[in-house]
Design a protein around this ligand. Structure first.
Ligand SMILES: [Fe+2]
Ligand SMILES: [Fe+2]
Length: 256
């Protein structure tokens, strides 16, 4: 079984490059399941119903979210759908859920605490999952860890090494080249990167951020829509009998 995980899709540029790349990857490799982080997919802030439909048509099977989950109120109309999850360590009374599962595969979305306003410590949620036997129930478990810092991500990944199939970092929008298989078999990358405009600051217009730097005044960030685009993802190749990862391919493509 092969799973494609696509990093934070930022705005229309991110959606365009995803629409270009998914068919291309599928024509070259067998892809059984496509996961994408969609917290910035609508104008850089959250997700709308229209964008959600557009991305399903593009071939995405499951959406993960993050600290921008609630930026667009339309998310409330889709957050209880089966194919969208938000960090599990939000307050329990908040809408949505943090886990997707089918007979073979489970995907967990969880948010880091360092430099992020996260209601519940990730380690509390992870210990709950351990106590509930979650890590023993599925052949393949993918974690989208939405976090700011390398050390927090690495610490959680080592904590879960051997318990999950893959730990994939999201949120910083910059791909790290520290991808590896940890000693007990878990795939790890600190951050898979983003999909969006390449000449941008994490997907947003450089000029707007320059103005803010220059004047010190508030300036609303605007998503950058121009080409070239960047596409960042990882494709995990798993043995169909053991479900262990035997190979992976990292995508960090600039598309003109
Ligand atoms: Fe993001
Ligand atoms: Fe984020």
């Amino acid at each position: 079984m092969n799973v494609l995980f696509i990093g934070d899709i930022v705005s229309s540029a991110g959606r365009e490059v995803v629409k270009l790349m998914i068919p291309k990857i599928k024509s070259e490799y067998k892809v059984d399941f496509v996961i994408a982080n969609a917290e910035n997919s609508a104008g850089g802030f959250g997700i709308t119903k229209k964008v959600y439909k557009e991305l399903i048509e593009a071939g995405i099977d499951l959406f993960t979210m993050g600290n921008h989950t609630w930026d667009n109120k339309e998310v409330l109309e889709i957050i209880n759908n089966e194919n969208i999850i938000r960090p599990i360590n939000f307050f329990p009374f908040m809408p949505g859920k943090g886990i997707y599962f089918n007979d073979i595969l489970a995907v967990v979305n969880i948010q880091g605490r360092t430099f992020l306003d996260t209601p519940i410590s990730p380690i509390i949620s992870i210990k709950e999952l351990i106590n509930n036997g979650f890590f023993d129930k599925y052949k393949v478990i993918i974690m989208d860890f939405h976090g700011e810092t390398t050390a927090e991500k690495m610490s959680i990944a080592y904590y879960l090494d051997g318990k999950i199939t893959a730990f994939i970092g999201t949120h910083t929008h910059v791909q790290t080249n520290d991808y590896r298989i940890l000693p007990n078999g878990t795939f790890y990358i600190t951050d898979v990167g983003m999909c969006g405009a390449y000449n941008s600051i994490i997907g947003f217009k450089v000029e707007k951020i320059m103005e803010k730097l220059d004047t010190g005044l508030y300036n609303k960030f605007e998503p950058e829509k121009s080409k070239p685009y960047i596409f960042c993802a990882v494709l995990l190749f798993m043995d169909d009998k053991t479900y262990k990862i035997y190979d992976f391919k990292i995508f960090n493509e600039i598309i003109k």
